[in-house]
Design a protein around this ligand. Structure first.
Ligand SMILES: Cc1ncc(COP(=O)(O)O)c(C=O)c1O
Length: 379
């Protein structure tokens, strides 16, 4: 199909050379029979820790597992954990799975993180900590203030960095900005291992706890004593080998995503209907998503119909929103829906994510923008 008229929402890249390297690693893994918690996992952890610039990284089976392990390690059972109203289901679900209760707090509109002004009012006697989510790759511009609030109130701060491999704030890389962080390597993420996740932390105790929890709560790899209520949250060697190859591309792919984003920025600069989330003043986003807030759209604008029309008329796939439905409105969390969340609700209802991937051309990006403009002008 024509490359211009078949632009997917996201693209998962494995070059011939990458596939050769992965197949060689899989072959070696099968030959040695070391299929889990072996040398590829160890190397993946070491390289990831080096990239994030923390002493510890622990590979696990998913981003969800990374969150639940951390929440268990911080002992949230019977306690409250603050989560943003705009996040993925897994952030709040992990709190419940770990025995805690999620308390939703509204976000701020600039970088889509927890609103620090609303945070303090949400802290109760039984609040144990909070999870800050780097939506679309943006680290909250208030992260220092949020960390201060946590320190003063003796609360843990976890980064949900599922979207934020290689994103940065003034203080360093996502994954090194709080007590601990959870990454996801789900296929559509900036880098993938097929399925997988990673915990990063400076805290040796948390790293040791994570190693225990991911391996059925065993005191150590060779021990038969289960001292924690862990689970099988291990990452297989084959997944680790895939992740390692992708990790080698991370810096280069972020540069490419920023290149594409600059093309979009320039094309959208004079169109008041589209308001892209600006590049952070300090640090950087990895542009996991290219987020456009819709402003001054015609009355009765229907986002679903708009996306369908863009796809049918111009072959442009518009990625899933982050998120279409705010987390607190998910039916499964009805019992935890206390409060008001106007910023999250407005953002969820009024934005789009444009296709973005490292090898996207100027012509493709231009086609995307022209398609959006045309469908908006002539529905
Ligand atoms: C913000 C956020 N947190 C957590 C997760 C869970 O990651 P995983 O799918 O690897 O379990 C995701 C998944 O996409 C996510 O977007």
């Amino acid at each position: 199909m024509n490359r211009l008229t078949n632009i997917p929402a996201a693209k998962i890249l494995f070059s011939d050379e990458d596939r050769r390297r992965i197949l060689a690693a899989v072959d070696e893994t099968l030959r040695t029979g070391q299929l889990t918690l072996g040398p590829h996992t160890k190397k993946f952890e070491e390289k990831f820790a080096q990239f994030v610039d923390v002493p510890h990284a622990v590979a696990v089976s998913s981003g969800t597992a990374a969150l639940e392990i951390l929440l268990r390690a911080y002992g949230v059972a019977g306690k409250e954990v603050i989560v943003p109203a705009d996040t993925f289901f897994a952030t709040a679900a992990a709190v419940l799975h770990a025995g805690g209760r999620p308390r939703f707090v509204d976000i701020e509109p600039e970088t889509l993180g927890l609103d620090p002004a609303k945070l303090e009012g949400a802290i109760r006697r039984d609040t144990r900590g909070m999870i800050l989510v780097h939506i679309g790759g943006w680290v909250s511009r208030h992260i220092d203030r949020i960390r201060d609030i946590c320190r003063v109130q003796n609360l843990f701060l976890i980064e949900d960095a599922a979207h934020a491999h290689g994103s940065r704030a003034a203080g360093g890389c996502a994954g090194a900005l709080a007590d601990a962080a959870a990454f996801s390597f789900y296929p559509t993420k900036v880098i993938t291992s097929g399925e997988g996740g990673m915990i990063t932390t400076r805290d040796e105790r948390i790293a040791l706890e994570a190693q225990r929890y991911r391996d059925q709560g065993k005191e150590s790899f060779s021990s038969n004593f289960h001292t924690r209520l862990g689970y099988n949250w291990r990452l297989s060697e084959i997944h680790a080998a895939i992740g390692l190859v992708h990790l080698g591309h991370l810096s280069e792919w972020i540069d490419e995503r920023i290149r594409v984003a600059r093309i979009y920025d320039a094309l959208l600069a004079r169109d008041a209907r589209f308001s892209p989330l600006p590049f952070p003043a300090k640090g950087r986003t990895n542009y996991y998503k290219y987020i456009v807030r819709l402003a001054n759209v015609p009355p009765g604008f229907d986002r679903k119909a708009f996306k369908k029309s863009v796809k049918e008329r111009f072959g442009v796939g518009l990625a899933g929103e982050v998120y279409e439905v705010p987390c607190h409105q998910q039916p499964v969390f009805a019992a935890y829906r206390e409060g008001k969340f106007p910023v999250a609700e407005r953002f969820c209802a009024q934005h789009l994510c444009l296709p973005i991937y490292p090898d996207m051309t100027q012509a493709q990006a231009t086609h995307v923008v022209r398609s959006l403009q045309q469908v908006l002008t002539q529905p």
